[in-house]
Design a protein around this ligand. Structure first.
Ligand code: DWN
Ligand code: ZN
Length: 419
């Protein structure tokens, strides 16, 4: 396998201070080694070309508790041409339809209000608000995906959100009543600039709604494969309160939600003073989970290494018995799991995925071919490694017939198991 080790300066920088408090000592507790970018799928003619690999090291800030990557890869490399498309996962479409309903009811958002989504991808979330008569604007730097949103009539600025866009947006659309950042907030290196820009743009009575994977879930369910170069931070509520305090903003409410293996949805508003009970509740949960102790992270690292031993052994045993094995879903997290556990075409015959951008391509580093779901119907494997484990219920239901006919799924985390 040809690889092009990237280090300092080659599209990557190593952080010197915690991105929230700038004060804490950063303790590295896990290294996933050098790994290709999780969404950098390859065309057939690229297979012989050396691929860029970047170190993937995770640290914990001893002052504010923020878990964060030690390295930052240039977002221009990761996000300008993007293969991830929100609308290809039915459970995610349902999730965003419910989020729109909940938001409109919870904050009594009147028709005609301006709603903005940062990291709007193909416009799946905003389409729901448009149906409710809202004015919408998406912001996304990935031209190929943003063009899908534009083709569906969702206004989208093709750019990274930053303070230079604030006056242009205010002039063109006014001050948004709601600003969303779902599965993008963890991707931001300069959080102060980002939050400062939202704070200066949003209406005084507006609400900034963020969804991010929750650190407590990641640790408890050993979701090490959600650690990749796009995800610079792994949030708990406590460091987030430190961040918003800087801007006189506050968390008005926080909910635990099941999406993406367990996330938190936080509602941020201007000039809030008292901490709501839901924040206190998660502070207590984080204390119970001992997220302030290095020992917790060392155990997570041990649990992660255990999967790296057990999963390939299970697959090799099945393969040794002549079993046909395929992968289900080609999520970014799947590429981390495959590269970290060194699972390649020796163990998986192919992977299927519903995303057109990924079909006909090969997985980064492991070069496993990705086919449309129809391939799974024609070449039914004996075992199927569920790489998109976060949609387990929906996928097991969808593949009921396959399982009835004797097909088995392998769920890789928190401990490899056959169902
Ligand atoms: O933060 C991010 C997360 C939220 O989304 C981004 N950095 C990138 C992306 O990560 P991911 O690729 O791990 O996300 P998903 O949504 O877990 O990816 C699921 C994959 O599985 C998609 O490629 C679609 C595919 N899929 C499928 O082929 N058949 C999904 C379902 C439900 C299906 O039935
Ligand atoms: Zn810190």
């Amino acid at each position: 396998m040809k690889l092009l080790q990237h280090s300092e300066g080659q599209g990557m920088t190593t952080i010197l201070a915690c991105r929230i408090c700038q004060k804490g000592k950063l303790h590295k507790f896990l290294s996933l080694g050098s790994i290709p970018l999780a969404n950098s799928f390859l065309r057939q003619d690229q297979l012989g070309v050396p691929e860029p690999y970047y170190p993937l090291d995770v640290c914990f800030c001893s002052n504010c508790g923020l878990v964060q990557l030690a390295q930052v890869v240039d977002p221009e490399i990761m996000f300008k041409d993007y293969v991830y498309q929100t609308g290809t996962s039915p459970p995610l479409k349902e999730h965003f339809a419910k989020l729109a309903e909940t938001t409109i009811q919870k904050f009594k958002i009147p028709e005609g209000s301006f709603v903005m989504d940062i990291g709007s991808n193909d416009g799946t979330l905003l389409e729901n608000f448009q149906k409710h008569g809202m004015r919408v604007l998406g912001i996304d730097p990935a031209r190929n995906i943003a063009e899908l949103a534009l083709s569906r009539g969702i206004d989208t600025l093709i750019d990274f959100f930053n303070k230079n866009l604030v006056s242009k947006i205010r002039k063109g659309y006014g001050k948004p009543s709601v600003v969303f950042a779902t599965n993008i907030f963890a991707h931001i290196h300069k959080l102060d600039d980002f939050v400062g820009a939202v704070n200066s743009l949003i209406a005084d009575d507006g609400v900034f709604i963020i969804e991010v994977p929750y650190l407590v879930d990641m640790l408890r369910k050993v979701e090490f494969d959600t650690i990749y170069h796009e995800h610079l931070s792994y949030f708990a509520v406590r460091p987030l309160t430190t961040l918003f305090d800087k801007f006189g903003m506050g968390i008005a409410d926080v909910e635990q939600i099941s999406i993406h293996g367990g996330s938190i949805r936080i509602y941020v508003q201007k000039s809030l003073h008292s901490l709501p009970p839901s924040v206190i509740e998660l502070f207590n949960l984080e204390t119970e989970a001992r997220i302030d102790s290095l020992a917790t992270y060392q155990k997570f690292a041990e649990d992660t290494s255990r999967i790296r031993e057990e999963l390939p052994l299970l697959l090799k045993a099945l393969k040794g018995d002549g079993a046909r094995i395929a992968g289900y879903g080609a999520p970014a997290k799947g590429n981390i799991l495959l590269n970290y556990c060194k699972i390649g075409t020796d163990l998986l015959d192919y992977i299927i995925d519903a995303t057109p951008f990924k079909q006909g391509q090969y997985t980064p580093g492991t070069h496993i071919p990705v086919f449309p779901e129809s391939h799974f119907r024609k070449f039914q494997p004996d075992y199927t490694l569920l790489l998109a484990w976060n949609y387990k219920d929906a996928i097991l239901k969808k593949e009921h017939e396959y399982r009835q006919a004797g097909g088995k799924f392998i769920i890789p985390i928190p401990k490899p198991q056959i169902v």
